[in-house]
Design a binder for this molecule. Structure first.
Ligand SMILES: Cc1cc2nc3c(=O)[nH]c(=O)nc-3n(C[C@H](O)[C@H](O)[C@H](O)COP(=O)(O)O)c2cc1C
Ligand SMILES: Nc1ncnc2c1ncn2[C@@H]1O[C@H](COP(=O)(O)OP(=O)(O)OP(=O)(O)O)[C@@H](O)[C@H]1O
Ligand SMILES: [Mg+2]
Length: 565
């Protein structure tokens, strides 16, 4: 019989202290529903029995198991495919099957096409190690109705430690799941509302400054000094707006990243001067860098911004000063990696630790939400950017904090493999010697569906001595190329219509090998679709500074000429 105590007599009640087994001690893996409402220290991770079998079925325990509304199952792992050898009435009520329809079958018949395979794998792994496991899993009743099953499975051993059975309890937690989902939905709507309001507010202010100053500039054309001053102010406001969109793109993980093979220790050391000056004298910055740290594929500039955002938060949490430690380490323990919902083999961890005021659980949960701030002048975009950047770099941001004790902010980045190392080499290779444009610099075709952007680039390049041609789509550009003697095609990546900029430039490269190519985009996702022929394509981040455009064009044109003659 199945019992928690090997010494009990058939019909006697057994005091809980007399039972044997391994207590779960609140350490059970999994995030599943917990019917006890607390971590649970008195239920069993595994249990020992003296003799296998179901011989004695007329005692109080069997009666209880049959009477309880908690569905229960016992399987026999010593038989082929671990079949069910016992189910109670509640299990049959829950699933709608009869006893002879389930005895002898593996419990996986409750699963269906929509059941999460990671959860199934989690169960499989736990059972293979003879360990207890608790999961929420999507199951199906006999009539096809779906239900969320709060499943707990634990092993039962004999005195010699031989595995005899698995015991499981099931619980229909569907209504709780639905409630949880609608709460999450409501929270999402609130976050979106907050985001929209914050965005509109910040943008409005910046637009106000830009428009107001331009208006004054227009009215003061007779006074060039004043005009210049006003235009400079207007430009500063627009640059701030640019920064804001970049932070939002970072949060939305659509920022254009230029990942390179880097060693985070070297970056931290390289940045330490600017970090120190930002943190001020009250902060004691310590480095605890793991030697021989493997390289990662990370955009160094965005990494610096993320590090600064995190350090500024740490500084703000210690108004009276204190110590901030930047530590690096290697994470290769599978369990810990999986606990972060990551799948790579090895990660580099950079951990920023402060001894400041810390955060309550509520604040930790909301800290990465855009525009969430507890500070008077904060914009609430710092950690949103860090989170977006780390996710886009295929890593994870983890925050641990305790009120009054301090905070650890960890960024995990995957270790670079041989493959992406080659990619990094290629993208750097393009940046060779630059040359200033001359009056005879050549002909540039500017392709952009936005007329303002197109005209601005065109006017600027013309002012530098280039001849320019404009096209508003990829198709129009290819048409024009048939007759015009173009030296370089500069195209926006995202354009409405059939052909995007990368496809256009791919065509150009194939059909006009003498023509140089340059792209611009604010997004990075499209880079994934970069055609094989365009691996080394130079891409300007958008919005670009006109100087950067000039530099990129100057670099490409002379190099091309040499190659062609
Ligand atoms: C005692 C016991 C009860 C189980 N109960 C369920 C269950 O209610 N629902 C379910 O989806 N899987 C249940 N399983 C898990 C499946 O039987 C199976 O172990 C899981 O699908 C992973 O193995 P597989 O990849 O071979 O299918 C149970 C397993 C055991 C040992
Ligand atoms: N190291 C930390 N210690 C304590 N609280 C922190 C820490 N880091 C972040 N927080 C909390 O998380 C909130 C959000 O941080 P986030 O960096 O996104 O925005 P912010 O610092 O408020 O504003 P911004 O960075 O845009 O100026 C902070 O307002 C603060 O409450
Ligand atoms: Mg901040």
């Amino acid at each position: 019989m199945v019992s928690a105590d090997p010494h009990d007599k058939d019909d006697e009640l057994v005091p809980a202290q007399g039972s044997t087994g391994v207590k779960a001690a609140g350490e059970l893996d999994g995030s599943s529903y917990n019917p006890m409402g607390n971590p649970g220290k008195e239920h069993w991770k595994s249990t020992y029995i003296d003799a296998p079998g179901f011989g004695e079925q007329n005692n109080i325990f069997f009666a209880a198991v049959e009477m309880t509304r908690m569905p229960m199952v016992v399987t026999d792992p010593r038989q082929d495919d671990n079949p069910i050898v016992f189910v109670n009435g509640a299990f049959l009520d829950l699933t709608g099957y009869s006893e002879d329809e389930v005895l002898g079958r593996n419990c996986r018949f409750l699963q269906g096409a929509d059941t999460d395979q990671d959860t199934v794998a989690e169960i499989r792994a736990a059972l293979a190690e003879h360990k207890a496991v608790a999961v929420d899993i999507l199951n199906f009743k006999k009539d096809g109705t779906r239900f969320w099953n709060g499943l707990f499975i634990g092993p039962v051993f004999d005195r010699e430690g031989q595995l005899l059975y698995f015991f499981a309890s099931q619980l229909d937690i569907t209504s709780r799941r639905i409630m949880q989902m609608s709460t999450t939905q409501a929270q999402k709507m609130e976050a979106i509302g907050q985001l929209t309001a914050g965005l509109a507010h910040d943008f409005n202010n910046l637009l106000q400054v830009a428009i107001g100053n331009q208006e004054i500039a227009l009215k003061s054309l007779g006074n060039p000094n004043l005009t210049e001053k006003m235009l400079a102010k207007s430009q500063a406001a627009l640059q701030k707006a640019t920064k804001l969109t970049q932070q939002l793109l970072a949060f939305a993980r659509k920022q254009r990243l230029e990942p390179r093979r880097v060693n985070l220790n070297s970056l931290v050391i390289e940045f330490s001067e600017i970090l120190l000056s930002t943190l001020g004298e009250r902060i004691d910055l310590r480095l605890d860098l793991q030697p021989a740290l493997p390289a990662c594929m990370v955009d160094p500039h965005q990494f610096e911004v993320a590090l600064l955002n995190t350090l500024i938060n740490a500084r703000d949490a210690m108004p009276k000063g204190g110590t901030i430690t930047i530590g690096t380490s290697i994470l290769s323990e599978r369990k810990k990696i999986e606990a972060q919902r990551l799948i790579g083999e090895q990660y580099v961890v950079i951990c920023i630790t402060d001894e400041g005021e810390g955060m309550s659980r509520d604040v930790v949960e909301r800290a990465t939400e855009p525009f969430f701030t507890t500070k008077g002048p904060g914009t609430g975009l710092g950690l949103a950017m860090v989170h977006g950047f780390v996710e886009q770099s295929h890593g994870r941001l983890a925050i641990e904090s305790e009120v009054g004790k301090g905070t650890h902010v960890k960024m995990l980045f995957p270790v670079a493999t041989g493959e992406n190392a080659v990619a990094a080499g290629n993208s750097n290779g393009a940046d060779d010697d630059a040359a200033a444009p001359s009056g005879e610099a050549g002909c540039v075709m500017i392709v952009d569906d936005n007329p303002d952007v197109r005209e601005m680039s065109s006017a600027y390049l013309a002012s530098l001595g280039y001849r320019t041609i404009e096209a508003d789509s990829g198709e129009a550009a290819l048409d024009l190329l048939k007759d015009a003697p173009v030296d370089l095609v500069f195209s926006d990546v995202i354009m409405p219509g059939g052909m995007n900029g990368l496809q256009l430039l791919d065509e150009v490269r194939r059909n006009y090998p003498g023509v140089a190519t340059l792209a611009a985009t604010g997004y990075s996702e499209n880079l994934l679709e970069k055609p094989a022929s365009a691996k080394d394509l130079k891409i300007l981040p958008k919005p670009f500074k006109l100087n950067d455009l000039a530099e990129a064009v100057a670099r490409l044109l002379p190099a091309r000429r040499v190659g062609n003659t």
